[in-house]
Write a protein that binds this ligand. Structure first.
Ligand SMILES: Cc1cc2nc3c(=O)[nH]c(=O)nc-3n(C[C@H](O)[C@H](O)[C@H](O)COP(=O)(O)OP(=O)(O)OC[C@H]3O[C@@H](n4cnc5c(N)ncnc54)[C@H](O)[C@@H]3O)c2cc1C
Length: 232
């Protein structure tokens, strides 16, 4: 009988750390690392900073090279989504069809970005969570601005970007976009941007810095996008 693997679901920082820890702790059996994204495990923090800016390329973000991964002897299943789990039999369903009976399962699936109602009916609305998200947004910010009439952005060749969310990631992306020469508005529910992460005093200083560099900061909740044309 083929030995059952330990399967780690989620091939990012936590999933990779779990796989390495399993090997270090003596698991010699099959080890399967399952990741929905097609990429080798990568570091997410630079997505809203160096990668978005264009200073770094995707290879720089890799948490391990293929050579570094080789000793782990992983059954690496990238581009594969775990879609079900039967806890009683420790069986995963992959991509809705394949069944994988496991000796043990680690769930390291992280978090997903919230999207806003109406976003799917518009072009030019980006989410910033994955490498592919960041590359898509970078493509819009570094290739001559925004085409007319697209979603979050204004038309007529002006480069206007509205960022929904005034926490750390939104403000980081705002700083990058501003540095790249775009007109940037940040909207979010925090009275002081980033205050939840850095406190009100530092948040106030950072907000002043953003304003001084021309970022428009608005406080408010965004409920969704209305794709119907406004009355003249
Ligand atoms: C743009 C950005 C900037 C950030 N900047 C910072 C920072 O400056 N400092 C900081 O401390 N933190 C930062 N973070 C947060 C940090 O990246 C996360 O805390 C970290 O990525 C969490 O790692 P994780 O492995 O737990 O989850 P994640 O990185 O979310 O990875 C989970 C993985 O599981 C996969 N997955 C999910 N469901 C399934 C499924 N059903 N089947 C298969 N695979 C699945 C996902 O595709 C994903 O690749 C940032 C995050 C983002 C998005």
């Amino acid at each position: 009988m083929t030995a059952r693997p330990i399967a780690v679901v989620g091939a990012s920082a936590a999933g990779l750390a779990a796989a390495e820890t399993l090997r270090r702790s003596g698991w010699r059996g099959p080890l399967t690392l399952i990741g929905e994204e097609p990429h080798l495990p990568y570091d997410r923090p630079p997505l809203s900073k160096q990668l978005l800016h264009g200073a770094w390329e995707p290879e720089t973000l890799r948490l391990r090279t293929e050579e570094q991964l080789a000793p782990l002897d992983l059954d690496l299943r990238l581009g594969t989504r775990a879609t079900g789990l039967d806890v009683a039999t420790r069986t995963l369903t992959l991509d809705g069809t394949e069944r994988l009976a496991c000796a043990g399962i680690v769930i390291a699936t992280g978090v997903a970005a919230r999207t806003l109602p109406g976003a799917d009916r518009l072009t030019g609305v980006h989410t910033l969570r994955t490498l592919d998200d960041a590359l898509a947004l970078r493509g819009r910010l570094t290739k001559g601005g925004t085409p007319a009439g697209e979603g979050v952005a204004g038309g007529g060749g002006t480069r206007q970007l509205v960022i929904v969310g005034n926490g750390v990631l939104g403000c980081e992306a705002a700083a990058v976009a501003r540095e790249l020469g775009h007109e940037v508005t940040v909207v979010g529910i925090e009275e002081t941007p980033m205050a939840a992460a850095v406190g009100t005093d530092v948040g106030t200083l950072l907000a002043e810095e953003h304003r001084a560099r021309g970022v428009r900061l608005l406080t408010g909740a965004v409920d969704g996008f209305d794709s119907t044309p406004a009355d003249p």
